[in-house]
Design a protein around this ligand. Structure first.
Ligand SMILES: Nc1nc2c(c(=O)[nH]1)N[C@H]1C(S)=C(S)[C@@H](COP(=O)(O)O)O[C@H]1N2
Ligand SMILES: [Mo]
Length: 212
């Protein structure tokens, strides 16, 4: 809850007071990623769910089919591990739960790998992927994403550092054991909970991730 402010109302729910430890608020919306911005080719684009699905098959959505999936909105912050946070964006898109329902994982699935253009990837525990606010966003504050922010689809996982949310997502792999994604192999924490300041792999405790 916010504290009453001098005008007698509720203080706004933004600012440094509700940021994870070590984070500072960032005005505007910088672009942060590794490598070039991919070009979107609608006729070649597809979104795939594969790996350990319940029925052993894989599912694909064209861009047109993806755009017709149920649209939901989530208000969430992006916490970059380099210590700035963009607060209060409204993300619109398809919730991860929709894909779990349309292409259910096998009962043995414990983790997912989210794959993006150029082989960028991020691994997530199934519970983080299945969290109510995890969304494959196509919009931010009601507007289509721009190319540099991940058009046509980026993942937003509000409870984890932003590298766990690939821009230019192309698919989800269901996994029956954990495997490290792109940054998780390169010194970043396997789980990446900003409230526990899980920034770097040297902070990992036994059980937090597969051997490096
Ligand atoms: N495909 C891809 N997605 C990515 C990254 C990347 O390098 N490649 N960087 C991540 C990081 S570290 C951050 S902080 C956010 C930044 O999102 P933004 O550029 O929209 O602010 O994207 C994440 N998604
Ligand atoms: Mo980041």
């Amino acid at each position: 809850m916010g504290q009453p402010d001098s005008r007698g109302g509720q203080a706004p729910q933004h600012g440094a007071d509700r940021l994870p430890p070590g984070q500072r608020p960032q005005r505007g919306w910088p672009v942060t990623h590794y490598g070039p911005v991919p070009r979107f080719r609608p006729e070649r684009w597809e979104f795939r769910v594969f790996g350990a699905t319940a029925d052993g098959g894989k599912r694909c959505w064209t861009h047109e089919e993806f755009s017709a999936l149920p649209y939901e909105t989530v208000v969430a912050d992006l916490h970059c591990v380099t210590k700035f946070s963009m607060q209060d964006a409204e993300w619109g898109g398809v919730s991860a739960g929709t894909f779990l329902a349309l292409a259910p994982p096998a009962p043995e699935v414990t983790h997912v790998m989210v794959w993006a253009e150029y082989g960028y990837s991020a691994n997530l525990r199934l519970a983080d992927f299945a969290a109510r606010r995890t969304v494959f966003a196509t919009h931010r504050d009601g507007e289509l994403l721009t190319a540099e922010h991940g058009f046509p689809v980026r993942l937003v996982v509000p409870q984890l550092y932003a590298w766990k949310g690939p821009k230019w997502v192309r698919g989800v792999e269901y996994m029956t054991a954990d495997r490290r994604g792109f940054w998780e192999e390169r010194g970043y924490h396997n789980i990446g909970d900003p409230w526990r300041e899980q920034r770097y792999s040297y902070q990992e405790e036994p059980g937090d991730g597969p051997d490096l």
